[in-house]
Ligand binder design. Structure first.
Ligand code: CTP
Ligand code: CA
Length: 228
């Protein structure tokens, strides 16, 4: 391999990255989703590939072009994403769950377009909880496999993030305060706090998502090297 002569701790590692916002159908023409652009996950997948990892990007719908050198798997719903992740995780060294996963989905999706009725100004869609993919992955996790989660918070960032780090048995948790301008969903920039079980939180500056991706991947790379 003459193209990539430099080896890094991530060279040859099997890495799964998820990105985008999952879609839950209401009827044939309507769905529930969220503001995720997929940019953070795509930037992480690209950075991992540049460091020699063997990257699979499992993506819910986005407007982004696939990053160079990455194998793409397209999904729509949380259930699709859960199936793709749990099947790929068996072979994986590292999982990065950057996808913004729907927490609830309609109890059922209507076969025909839902009509409005003349005699009722209100309508209710009954929702049911989706599976927590990272919790499911925690049950399958073998020694040496690293799992990385994200946390989008609008309040009590560190407390809420710390709880997710523990409850999902993560090695790293990337927390963003999405109530701040320029942070999190949709934009080109982000500012994150990286939590690890045995380390003080690391707070990055507000920067382009590609710069944040490098900092996140640096931390993952250091953990891989330590656990080597
Ligand atoms: N996640 C997941 N499965 C879900 C929901 C979220 O695997 N059904 C993952 C996300 O991809 C993210 C992490 O869990 O890496 C945290 O997501 P977040 O929405 O911040 O937390 P939740 O556990 O869903 O809790 P809440 O939304 O109530 O804060
Ligand atoms: Ca959630």
């Amino acid at each position: 391999e003459t193209l990539n002569p430099q080896t890094t701790p991530l060279t040859g590692k099997n890495v799964i990255v998820t990105a985008g916002g999952t879609r839950e159908r209401i009827d044939p023409v309507r769905f529930i989703t969220n503001d995720s652009s997929g940019k953070m996950g795509y930037a992480i997948a690209e950075e991992m590939a540049q460091r020699g990892a063997d990257v699979t990007l499992i993506s819910a719908p986005t407007k982004l072009a696939p990053p160079a050198g990455v194998a793409m798997v397209d999904v729509l719903t949380t259930e699709d994403l859960a199936d793709a992740v749990t099947s790929a995780f068996k072979q994986a060294d590292i999982l990065v769950m950057a996808a913004a996963v729907a927490d609830f989905k309609p109890i059922s999706s209507a076969d025909q377009k839902i009509k409005k009725s003349a005699d009722n100004d209100e309508m209710t869609i009954k929702l049911t909880k989706t599976a927590d993919i990272l919790k499911r992955v925690a049950q399958m996790k073998r020694p040496g496999q690293l799992t990385v989660g994200f946390a989008a918070e609008t309040q009590n960032l560190l407390d809420n993030a710390q709880k997710k780090l523990i409850s999902k048995q993560l090695d790293l948790l990337i927390a963003n305060d999405v109530s701040k301008p320029g942070v999190g969903f949709n934009g080109d920039t982000n500012q994150v706090t990286i939590l690890q079980p045995d380390q003080a939180p690391i707070k990055t500056t507000l920067a382009d998502k590609h710069v944040i991706a490098k900092q996140v991947v640096d931390q993952i790379s250091q953990r891989v090297q330590k656990e080597g």
